[in-house]
Design a protein around this ligand. Sequence first.
Ligand code: PRT
Ligand code: MG
Length: 212
Amino acid sequence: MSDEITIAVAKGRIYKEAIPLLARIGIVLKDDPEASRKLMLDTSWANVKILVIRTTDVPTYVARGAAELGIAGKDVLLEYADDNLYEPIDLGIAQCRMMLAGLKVAAPVVDRPRVVTKYTNITKNYFAGRGQQVEIIKLYGSMELGPVLGLSDWLVDLVDTGNTLAANGLVTLDHIADISSRLIVNKAAMKMKNALIKPIIGQLADIVGDGS
Ligand code: PRT
Ligand code: MG
């Protein structure tokens, strides 16, 4: 069995915070992802490679064992829950909140409000928990436009500063979940490559002050 470890890291804002965290435990990028076209980046640990991929693809790579470890947002993990994953550490990076939002000046709430979101499972579970019937409309971005253009009554999306909502005349209506990025581990790899994976988990847990 190979003693290689691949860490799938979500690109974008998670990547920006994850790479410094990995560097603090000695896993330092050797390739410059800006300069290189390589998709598998070499690190200072000869047997550790870093894969930088779309956030929504990270659970798939790790659950199916194409990568042993991953770093992904809790939003993505809630949306694409998978039994083949452990989630041992809250890394505390890329923090934000999953919120229900609507127009500041809104029409009265109708019987079955329409909600735009790219997080259809999270939204379905949230409204099921409230015992409220809604129509969920899937979008892939710019959810803020839903209520503004009358496509929906509400939206469910991530909020950090609140500037995006405010700039579009929207306000938060309810807090659905606190979101941050998590280390995820393929369950089979956790057994098979425990001697390699356990120290990585332990060191990351130490520097972020979380984990078991
Ligand atoms: O293409 P896609 O947007 O899906 O991914 P991406 O490759 O562009 O990744 P990126 O960089 O957007 O990062 C996505 C991940 O970062 C999410 O899965 C979260 O775990 C995490 N994260 C943390 C956020 C935010 N904060 C955040 N504020 N992801 C998105 N936002 C967006 C939000 O959707 C809204 O459009 O920022 C806007 C709100 O920000 P404020 O500051 O105006 O409130
Ligand atoms: Mg984005």
